[in-house]
Design a protein around this ligand. Structure first.
Ligand code: ADP
Ligand code: MG
Length: 334
């Protein structure tokens, strides 16, 4: 049985139908990501789980119990937001012990839990600092410690890294994964960033307009998009209609096809592999993206993007003619 279950969750804000019959099951111990563009309902679903928002219909189950109507403070759920929302007039230690004191835990237990959490987020030595004296990354570590200090059943993280610069973000992604594992948490993470979702998650649920468009592990989501929306949101796919595919390959196609740029082969010699569609085109554009070169290549009036590793042998000039090939198994039917 699922550890967290959403059954037919509806949510309206006035006439705005924000969650449209969400059915979702989450396994205990999984790191699960709700991925999707801004405004598609990710935060609303998370807030319903935390009890910060009521549902308009449906049922939420946690660990075998119907918590739909339960008071937020009795749900035993930890939450971390994009904005750290720490108490500015309290030290790190005071921020962390605040909720534990409300629960009237014994002083030595509070002391131990606060110490453990500070260790876990690697903030030893900062116990007596005020939030204003900490960097953004450190403040988010405090917020993370506050999320776990209550020993929650479930940790919810709503775009916690969106305000943090790229380099620090990577190290916090790693910290969050490690804490998740070490504490045996069940975590639900929200992001609009596909790369972050790929790095962090056991399971990704791709949201679109109040519904779940596709669910799967990162490899499935990346390699087998099931709809044009999924292919458009993930992995910079080329999306081609049947007429375009016919111009490219010379055969008839039934529906739209998604092709990942890194599966489009460009070559100076004619490609010989048996399973491929082979063609010739002209290089229209080349962009350097770190260790990858992204080409735009035109074949029979159709433009296709191709990503190749940056090597001297893979350098083509704009205007150059090149062979191109596509394996049939890399043409994903939508
Ligand atoms: P996401 O987190 O995916 O960006 P949200 O769940 O925050 O999306 O919002 C989904 C939709 O609900 C948006 O159209 C948003 O404007 C609307 N919404 C969110 N919170 C409220 C609220 N408190 N009152 C009215 N509308 C809201
Ligand atoms: Mg949001």
């Amino acid at each position: 049985m699922a550890y967290i279950g959403f059954e037919n969750i509806d949510k309206y804000y006035g006439k705005n139908h924000v969650l449209k019959g969400i059915n979702l099951e989450i396994k205990q111990g999984d790191f699960v990501t709700l991925l999707g563009p801004s405004g598609c309902g990710k935060s609303t679903l998370l807030r319903c789980l935390a009890g910060l928002e009521t549902t308009s219909g449906g049922k939420i189950i946690l660990d075998g119990e119907d918590i739909t109507e339960k008071d937020p403070k009795d749900r035993n759920i930890g939450m971390v937001f994009q904005h750290y929302s720490l108490f500015p007039n309290m030290t790190v230690k005071e921020n962390l012990s605040f909720g534990l004191k409300l629960q009237k835990l014994p002083a030595n237990e509070i002391e131990k839990r606060v110490k453990d959490s500070i260790e876990m987020v690697e903030l030893i030595g900062k116990e007596n600092e005020y939030p204003n004296n900490l960097s953004g990354g450190q403040q988010q570590r405090v917020a993370l410690a506050r999320g776990i200090v209550m020993r929650p059943k479930v940790l919810l993280l709503d775009e916690p890294l969106s305000a943090i610069d790229a380099k620090l973000r990577k190290s916090l992604q790693t910290s969050i994964r490690e804490i998740h594992k070490e504490m045996g948490l069940t975590s639900v993470f929200v992001t609009h960033d596909q790369d972050e979702a790929m790095v962090m998650s056991d399971v990704i649920h791709l949201f679109h307009d109040g519904k779940i468009e596709q669910s799967g592990d990162p490899v499935d989501i990346y390699t087998k998009p099931v709809t044009p929306f999924a292919a458009g949101f993930i992995g910079n796919y080329n999306i081609l209609n049947p007429a375009q595919m016919e111009k490219l390959t010379g055969k008839k196609w039934d529906g739209d096809v998604a092709i990942r740029p890194e599966t489009v082969i460009i070559s100076r010699e004619a490609v010989t592999s048996a399973e491929s569609y082979k063609m010739q085109g002209v290089i229209l554009d080349r962009v350097t993206r770190g260790n990858v070169l992204r080409y735009k290549i035109q074949v029979n009036g159709i433009e296709v993007q191709s990503d190749v590793l940056f090597r001297s042998a893979s350098m083509y000039e704009v205007g150059e003619t090149a062979y191109m090939a596509l394996a049939d198994h890399n043409c994903v039917r939508l």
